[in-house]
Design a protein around this ligand. Structure first.
Ligand code: UD1
Ligand code: CA
Length: 476
């Protein structure tokens, strides 16, 4: 179907009672993005327009989460059923009376664009008033059943709660994805009555109404039953996450990414991983993260919205957010890289190092136990163990500038704002409060004092005093 032959309505106004959550069901995260996002993405990729999302429960929050995505919204208040939800979009549908209406539920995150394409194609070539997607399940559970006539044509959809014992045995179920002729849909919606077990206006009743009016309804049966898993509970959310994860990992492996353990690897829908990258066990990649060829990530690493360059290594137990790691750099184990950080080519960030809003120059090293925040660090700098930028005075944040080739001795505090000039040396244990000129040595610590024999004398004194007592040498 060519794009502008069809429009779409996605239903996302329901409360999601079975989640037992204060949060709207469609906003629950799945692989790092809201549940509804997966559906929106599938619908957008088949090129239908416009796409109207029906919102109701927590409407503001749902709209806010999808602002700027080219979607239109319609409000359904209160939510009185799936048919009632489509009615909320009636005026929008009527704007394009010639465009097929694709109606689907916002809780179907595993749906593939190809399947939507097949449904739209079948609808166009079949010319029915409605074409719906069905699937055959071993356990039809809570899904609506497709009831057929003796000749195989569809008679109606019966909800599980309204089904007779005999109907409950039907294993062909309604996926919740339909293509309608707009005029036929709107006519049938107007006739809906909430006369059923749940007292709701069921969209599914539209099918029976169309049949009663002598219209044709076609069915496309999807081969992969997983694809239409509706998420109604946390348990189904977890099942959907598992399936999506597997699907993503399979596709990445097919494209040449090495994944040590797909069972424990999470790659979000917007993440890009290049061939020949290696994802070790328990790696979580979220947001708009990009991992380049030859990068080795994990085990036990979470990366959100980062660019991980070619040939880099992100070692065990690191958390990275909104940062760039340039070619050949090494991070971790146990590093925390916070937003707006750039780690230069070949640089090294070691264990228990936290970086925030910092540019670490090419080939620079912060190998152990440091906090570097609001800093610009030139190339070839060595930051000794235990170096701290004191960037916060309790009110404001201040910058630290460390120029090329500086050597910062261990256990240094750099009280910002401060600049350490090119090639300077900072003696270990210094508290640096004034700018250090290029090429200089800065010492910012008390001078060491030696008292010869002091320790021996004290020990002897203690031993003498403690004779016969329970204190003993060194006792307080
Ligand atoms: C629905 C179908 C069922 C089908 C199943 C597939 C109906 C009556 N039943 O059942 O035949 O097998 O999906 O997954 O359609 N919504 C609204 N407004 C409302 C009610 C629901 O927008 O007033 C939205 C929900 O947010 C949800 C979707 O519609 O995204 C489906 O609603 P849900 O309650 O999950 O329907 P099911 O009981 O799963
Ligand atoms: Ca559902």
């Amino acid at each position: 179907m060519t794009p502008l032959d069809a429009q779409a309505v996605i239903l996302a106004a329901g409360k999601g009672t079975r989640m037992r959550s204060a949060r709207a069901k469609v906003l629950h995260p799945l692989l790092g993005v809201p549940l509804l996002d997966h559906v929106v993405r599938a619908v957008q990729s088949v090129g239908v327009d416009p796409i109207t999302v029906v919102v109701g429960h927590q409407a503001e929050a749902v709209e806010a989460a999808f602002r700027g995505r080219g979607l239109a919204f319609a409000r359904q208040e209160p939510p009185l059923g799936t048919g009632h939800a489509v009615l909320a979009a009636r005026e929008r549908i009527a704007v394009h009376p010639e465009r097929t209406v694709l109606v689907l539920y916002g809780d179907l995150p595993l749906l593939r664009p190809e399947t939507l394409g097949r449904l739209l194609d079948a609808h166009r070539s079949g010319g029915a008033a409605a074409t719906l997607l069905s699937v055959v399940l071993d356990d039809p559970a809570e899904y609506g059943r497709i009831v057929r006539e003796a000749d195989g044509s569809v008679r109606a959809i019966v909800e599980n709660k309204d089904a007779s014992l005999e109907q409950k045995r039907i294993r062909e179920i309604n996926a919740g994805i339909y293509a309608f002729q707009p005029g036929r849909l709107l006519e049938a919606l107007a006739q809906l009555r909430p006369q059923n077990a749940q007292g709701e206006y069921y969209l599914t009743d539209v099918i029976g109404l169309l049949r009663k009016a002598g219209k044709r309804v076609d069915v496309v049966t999807a081969p992969d039953s997983h694809e239409v898993l509706g998420v109604n509970s946390h348990s189904e959310l977890a099942a959907a996450a598992r399936l999506l994860r597997q699907r993503r990992c399979q596709a990445l492996m097919a494209s040449g990414v090495s994944i040590e353990d797909p069972e424990t690897t999470f790659v979000g829908p917007e993440v890009e991983v290049a061939p020949d990258a290696v994802l070790r066990a328990f790696t979580v990649l979220e947001g708009r993260t990009k991992v380049a060829a030859g990068a080795v990530v994990g085990p036990f690493v979470r990366i959100v919205d980062c660019e991980v360059g070619p040939g880099t290594q992100i070692l065990d137990h690191c958390l990275l957010r909104e940062c760039v790691v340039e070619e050949g750099a090494t991070v971790g184990p146990f590093a925390h890289v916070r937003p707006e950080t750039r780690i230069g080519a070949g640089a090294r960030v070691g264990n228990f190092v936290e970086l925030k809003k910092t540019h670490l120059g090419d080939g620079s090293k912060a190998p152990h136990l440091s906090y570097i925040g609001d800093a610009t660090v030139g190339p070839g700098v060595n930051i000794g163990a235990g170096t701290i930028t004191c960037n916060y005075d309790g009110v404001d944040k201040h910058p630290t500038r460390i120029e090329a080739g500086v050597f910062v001795g261990s256990d240094t505090t750099l009280v910002a704002p401060i600049t350490i000039g090119e090639g300077a040396y900072i003696a270990a244990g210094s508290a640096i409060t004034e700018d250090v000129p290029a090429g200089a040595l800065a010492l910012g610590r008390a001078r060491q004092v030696i008292k010869k024999g002091w320790a021996d004398a004290r020990r002897q004194q203690k031993a003498g005093a403690g004779k016969g007592s329970r204190g003993g040498p060194g006792g307080a």
